[in-house]
Design a protein around this ligand. Structure first.
Ligand SMILES: Cc1cc2nc3c(=O)[nH]c(=O)nc-3n(C[C@H](O)[C@H](O)[C@H](O)COP(=O)(O)OP(=O)(O)OC[C@H]3O[C@@H](n4cnc5c(N)ncnc54)[C@H](O)[C@@H]3O)c2cc1C
Length: 311
């Protein structure tokens, strides 16, 4: 119930105004977001790489309604990739980028898919020049078909372009079957959005079961699975499956979000697994922040306590 309220609030302009204008919110946001500027993301990336982790950087923003803004977001990624390469952080693909389709135009009233595909193509070309990769984030269920279509078309020129499958959607095992082919980079997550029961599993236990099923399809397949979860049970299932089938540690990776279960990130890396941290930056952090609150009620009480204690 609380999750539904918070996810609904993540799309509300009035609540956004309220929360983003409270100066103290920023202190809590810092736990999940590297900072406002590309330089902040670079500093965090440098630190995490030094700790033996890999990184995927997200320039925060979504639901762009203006084509010029969509182009500006793509340009920000191009500059970011140049900065990462100049700092030597893209070697071996250790720092890559994640892009939200609606941030680069998918939601535009006219030619949304074409604009987004062109912008993602520009970012892929910059990533290729920098020696690294791009992963296209998955947003709400109404965007899944267009996003998978764009990825499939762009893979003709950029075969290492990654995509995301969300286990809360009933369709996802079928999508995993289609994507578990050689060279295909697929991030599996539970899904951070709301969808009607017809499309999504209503119960957490069903989402988790679907995650385990999708994970097995991807791990047993020929692609490059990216296991994105903080759930200790699912990480244990992945570790056990990998050992049973003898999958090489270089042929898959775990992924977690910046600021969440950092001890577990370090533990997996120390055991020889590849671990990539999703590092967001930028000042448009509201939607991302609200989804993190919705995932864990304890974050909400942490947030409310922080506000109350500074009054
Ligand atoms: C690298 C990465 C990329 C992602 N990309 C996408 C995407 O493209 N599209 C999309 O819809 N979703 C994406 N997500 C979010 C994902 O869908 C889930 O909403 C999120 O990861 C929480 O699910 P969980 O698997 O960690 O399991 P949960 O059952 O939610 O959490 C398991 C445990 O992890 C810890 N935990 C989880 N979330 C939090 C939190 N916010 N704060 C503190 N502790 C927490 C808690 O200890 C919790 O008990 C991504 C997640 C990761 C890690």
């Amino acid at each position: 119930m609380l999750r539904r309220v918070l996810l609904a609030a993540s799309a509300s302009e009035r609540v956004r105004q309220l929360i983003t204008t409270v100066p103290l919110t920023r202190d809590v946001v810092k736990r999940f977001v590297a900072g406002d500027k590309a330089a902040d993301a670079l500093a965090v990336t440098q630190r995490l790489l030094g700790e033996g982790l890999s990184v995927t950087i997200d320039y925060l923003g979504e639901d762009t309604v203006d084509p010029e803004q969509a182009t500006a977001v793509a340009s920000e990624y191009v500059t970011l990739l140049e900065l990462l390469a100049a700092a030597g952080l893209t070697v071996g693909g250790r720092a890559e980028v994640s892009v939200k389709p609606t941030a680069v135009g998918l939601g535009l009233a006219e030619h949304g898919e074409k604009t987004a595909a062109e912008n993602i193509g520009r970012i892929c070309a910059a990533a290729q020049a920098a020696g690294t990769t791009v992963t296209v984030d998955m947003e709400d269920h109404t965007r899944v078909d267009a996003t998978l279509r764009m990825v499939s078309e762009l893979r003709a020129d950029f075969p290492d372009l990654g995509c995301v499958i969300q286990s809360y959607l009933r369709r996802s095992p079928g999508d995993c079957e289609a994507l578990a082919s050689a060279g295909s980079r697929v991030r599996l997550c539970k899904g951070a959005y709301q969808a009607a029961d017809g499309f999504a599993f209503p119960a957490r236990s069903e989402i988790d079961r679907c995650y385990a099923r999708c994970m097995r399809i991807l791990l047993d397949g020929d692609g490059y699975p990216m296991i994105a979860t903080h759930d200790p049970r699912l990480v244990a299932i992945a570790t056990s499956r990998v050992s049973t089938i003898g999958r090489d540690p270089s042929s898959f990776e775990y992924q977690m979000l910046y600021g969440i279960r950092t001890g577990e990130q370090a533990r997996l890396a120390a055991e020889g697994a590849q671990v990539r941290v999703y590092v967001p930056y930028g000042d448009d952090w509201y939607g991302y922040f609200m989804r993190r609150l919705a995932e864990r009620p304890a974050n909400l009480s942490f947030f409310l306590r922080a506000l109350a204690s500074r009054r």
